[in-house]
Design a protein around this ligand. Structure first.
Ligand SMILES: [Zn+2]
Length: 518
């Protein structure tokens, strides 16, 4: 009597989702064997795709059939046996050569004497199905991306909505993500601090299947960085190397994203936890060689038991020899206080300047329309450029890498301009708030200068000089931004000119600065 091998297969592929589970296949096939009185020699189960040749259990079964251990196969459908021309060829061949007598499925049976065409058509369809599916899936996903829908798992802060097949904002987690961006943009935190912050707010690594006790730890530095560099959060997403404009709601502004990228670039190298004393470290650069100025703590022990602590600042000399000498913290502090007080804005000046700004803002709203129009023209221009490089790429005049790079840069610019239009429309005078804040800061510098609080002094100096403060021959110097410079110039010349021209010169410098940098 003929013996049969029972073969059940189900892969984890999407296209196998509709297929019965292996367990269900087994029970159906056993019932079929019982009904028809077929003797089962061995049962084979396999959890692999049949799209490509190379299934070990299937191959083993076919070898054993060729050795005469069984004369037939029971399976759910022909496509369980083969979905590629190599395997289907072997199955058909063994049947035609009468090595196998029969393949039994619940729907129908295939015999050696059958028309060859029937089976090859069925196999051919199984094979074509796989190929269509692959092409259709890729095409469908690309189309989805072009329509602005990210065709993948939603990033942290978002949810996949299975009903609409779109991505929705996760109200709770999106706030945490935004706060993480803000935290990092202040440039006081490391990636570890971002991970820690996320962890404290319930965002941790996931447990893996293999280790149930794994996961639930703070994210790794790289994972935190992936979040901070994901353009999805401001509205663009990357799919298969291309960048697309998403239809999902952004949770951060592009401007915040850009600030975070600047900090990331700045802190490219690993940061060691800072040690005390560090009050003024990182504020100055060496005027001779450009290296950072660091500090050093020294203790002097006297015979009578007294200990004196001195803090010195000096060049790190990382770029080789540099003759710049040490400066005592007290000396440096005094210099910095003097420097700060040069930029102090008298209170009554600040009040008058604020009045000028408020009136100016009201007038400016009328000119907003013109600016918006100019920016719209810029967007049209950028769109033209994007279309042109796409044409170049289609004509194969530029490499794919080059194309993607240039397209990304243009799309990034476009997003920035779009955001500025929105800001302008929402508030005609985008410069007004930063300028008010500046007037306040500048009018409080006299307090900062007298303060003994070195970190806050450092902060004030960084606002004025950015990273342009140098220590040269034991003297701190720097070139401030124009609006700060105008304050120093006006206070020095106030005896020579009248108050109104002092105020006007400060106002013009500040207005220009905040219009272009807000
Ligand atoms: Zn130096």
């Amino acid at each position: 009597m003929s013996k049969y091998f029972l073969y059940a297969r189900k892969s984890t592929d999407v296209d196998d989702k509709q297929i019965l589970s292996i367990e269900a296949q087994l029970s159906e096939l056993r019932a079929l064997a019982k009904r028809e009185g077929l003797e089962i020699a061995t049962e084979f189960t396999e959890k692999r795709t049949a799209k490509v040749p190379g299934r070990p259990i299937f191959n083993d079964m076919m070898n054993r059939i060729q050795n005469g251990e069984a004369q037939g196969i029971i399976c759910w459908k022909l496509d369980r046996l083969a979905r590629n021309p190599v395997d289907d060829g072997l199955v058909s061949w063994l049947l035609q050569q009468k090595v196998m007598e029969r393949i039994a499925t619940p729907e129908r049976s295939y015999y050696s004497a059958d028309n060859v065409l029937t089976m090859s058509v069925e196999f051919g369809m199984a094979n074509q199905y796989v190929r269509d599916l692959a092409v259709n899936t890729a095409r469908g996903l690309r189309q989805k991306a072009r329509n602005g829908h990210y065709p993948s798992v939603a990033p942290l802060g978002y949810l996949n909505d299975p009903r609409t097949k779109t991505i929705a904002v996760d109200r709770k987690k999106s706030k945490i993500v935004r706060a993480a961006f803000e935290l990092y943009a202040q440039n006081g935190s490391r990636l570890e601090d971002v991970s820690r912050f996320l962890f404290e707010n319930g965002i941790a690594t996931k447990a893996t299947k293999r280790w149930e006790n794994s996961g639930l730890r703070p994210l790794k530095k790289d994972q935190a960085k992936l979040i901070l560099t994901n353009s999805f959060y401001y509205g663009h997403f990357r799919y298969a190397g291309e960048i697309y404009e998403g239809k999902h709601t952004p949770i951060i502004a592009k401007e915040l994203f850009d600030r975070v990228q600047k900090v990331l670039a700045l802190r490219g190298r690993a940061q060691k936890p800072t040690k005390q004393p560090q009050a003024l470290c990182g504020l100055l650069k060496c005027g001779e060689c450009g290296c950072s100025i660091t500090c050093e703590e020294k203790f002097k022990y006297q015979k009578n038991g007294n200990v004196h602590r001195y803090v010195y600042y000096r060049c790190t000399k990382k770029r080789g020899a540099c003759s710049d000498a040490y400066i005592r913290e007290e000396t440096l502090d005094a210099q910095l206080s003097k420097l700060l007080s040069r930029f102090h804005l008298p209170r009554h000046w600040a009040e008058e300047l604020e009045r000028m700004a408020t009136k100016d803002a009201a007038d400016a709203s009328q000119t907003t329309a013109a600016s918006v129009q100019a920016m719209r023209a810029k967007i049209a221009d950028l769109n033209g450029k994007i279309a042109r490089i796409t044409d170049l790429f289609v004509e194969q005049d530029i490499e794919r890498g080059d194309y993607l790079e240039r397209k990304r840069a243009l799309m990034s610019d476009k997003k920035s301009v779009q955001e500025r239009i929105l800001l302008l429309e929402a508030n005609a005078a985008v410069w007004l708030e930063p300028m008010r804040k500046w007037l306040k800061d500048a009018s409080l510098l006299d307090e900062a200068a007298q303060s003994k609080d070195l970190p806050s002094k450092k902060l004030s100096l960084q606002k004025i000089f950015g990273s342009n403060l140098t220590l040269h021959a034991r003297e701190a110097r720097g070139v401030p931004a124009n609006h700060w410079f105008s304050v120093a110039a006006a206070t020095e010349n106030q005896s020579k000119t009248d108050l109104v021209s002092c105020l006007v010169s400060i106002y013009n410098a500040a207005r220009t600065y905040f219009s272009t940098n807000s």
